[in-house]
Design a protein around this ligand. Structure first.
Ligand code: WQD
Length: 343
């Protein structure tokens, strides 16, 4: 049974990947500093799978804290999720983002080299395609022209990984470019729980549905798209997690650096997502048209063919599945909040 280390494994994508790996019989270790997640996620993973992964509350950038994991455990591969990921915050605090995100990757890579761990799977992002490429995005497109430091950290870490793979012939590096992850595990026990006001569309819609927010602001309806609103490739987080399991399997017989889009290949507009949520859950989502958000592009969706051909993986869940699963999780949070308030 292979042991896989998930840095940032208590986060939204990480926790769903832990669940899918456990369901596939892998041994999972989670390293997370809980700066953007809570320890209760571990209980939820155990409730869903019957297994409680080994958990180290550590900062992935801190070599001292991370060392014991590699010294004491037979890690076969690392899936690196640990990193700050708020686009707006990265514009306000670029040094914090470069320091944390790049140091975390470098620390993990150094420990891997010292302990002969040779399989690294990286949580990258479609944001590296920048604003000059025309969809559908294929992996060979030039990257750059990014509008925020968060996206640049993904771009820079991709470059670090390609150089590391060139220098070490034994190393396997798989770069996974996520499009827009949404939804939640069908159990409703884990999901996206942003701190404060959600930046992303789906969690904001879910909070409007829960009555936490009054209405949704649609950031612009004057884009060159069929209904004027922004188009994105929304992928169910469970499909995304399963893409990591496929990448892990692929990395067993792979060396070098290989990049894969993890998206559905389908573009969905803001208004289409609102209507899908209303239809799937029977809830009205009031919205107002607001000015465009700085840095947004009109259209971004994946060409998913390479992952399908080489990883034998493709997204299977529908946008309605995403909306239903999101709402199930949101209701669970609302129930928890009500119970908390009633005490
Ligand atoms: C989606 C669409 C908005 C909120 C970001 C990051 C990207 C990745 C995923 C980490 C756009 C519109 C949104 C709202 C709206 N994160 N919108 N009202 O910007 O595509 O991608 O999250 O890797 O790096 O850039 O996602 O959900 O913020 O926006 O109208 O309240 O919804 O204009 O068209 P985005 P998003």
């Amino acid at each position: 049974m292979e042991t896989v280390l998930l840095t940032g494994g208590m986060g939204y994508i990480g926790s769903h990947t832990a669940v899918e790996l456990l369901r596939e019989g892998y041994d999972v270790i989670i390293a997370d500093d809980l700066s953007n997640s809570s320890a209760e996620v571990l209980d939820s993973i155990e409730k869903i799978t019957g297994i409680r992964p080994l958990f180290y509350q550590v900062n992935a950038a801190d070599k001292e804290q991370m060392q014991p994991i590699f010294r004491d455990r037979a890690v076969s591969a690392v899936i690196h999720f640990a990193g700050y990921k708020a686009v707006g915050e990265s514009v306000a605090k670029p040094l914090m983002y470069y320091r944390n995100n790049i140091d975390s990757a470098l620390t993990v890579l150094e420990l891997m080299a010292e302990h002969e761990v040779q399989r690294f799977i990286f949580s990258s992002s479609a944001t590296v395609y920048g604003e000059h490429n025309v969809p559908p995005m294929t992996e060979d497109l030039p990257t750059g022209g990014i509008t925020n430091p968060y996206g640049w950290t993904k771009y820079m870490i991709e470059q670090i990984l390609r150089d590391a793979a060139k220098a070490d012939q034994e190393l396997s590096v798989v770069l996974l470019r996520y499009f827009n992850p949404i939804g939640a595990d069908e159990s409703g026990l884990i999901g996206e729980k942003p701190n404060g006001i959600p930046n992303n569309l789906m969690p904001y819609v879910a909070q409007v549905a829960a009555g936490i927010r009054d209405h949704l602001n649609v950031f612009g309806n004057d884009y060159p798209t069929p209904d004027g609103t922004g188009i994105r490739d929304y992928i169910h987080v469970t499909d995304l997690a399963r893409g990591h399991v496929a990448a892990l399997r692929y990395s067993r017989t792979h060396t070098g650096a290989e990049t894969f889009n993890l998206g559905t290949g389908r573009g969905v507009s803001v208004l289409e997502l609102i209507h899908a949520f209303e239809k799937a859950n029977g809830i009205k989502i009031p919205y107002e048209i607001a000015p465009r958000r700085a840095g947004d592009i009109a259209e971004m969706y994946a060409a998913p063919d390479k992952a399908e051909k080489i990883l034998h993986w493709r997204a299977e869940k529908t946008i309605e599945d995403c909306c239903r699963d999101t709402w199930r999780f949101q209701k669970k949070i609302a129930d928890e909040l009500r119970i908390l308030r009633s005490h």
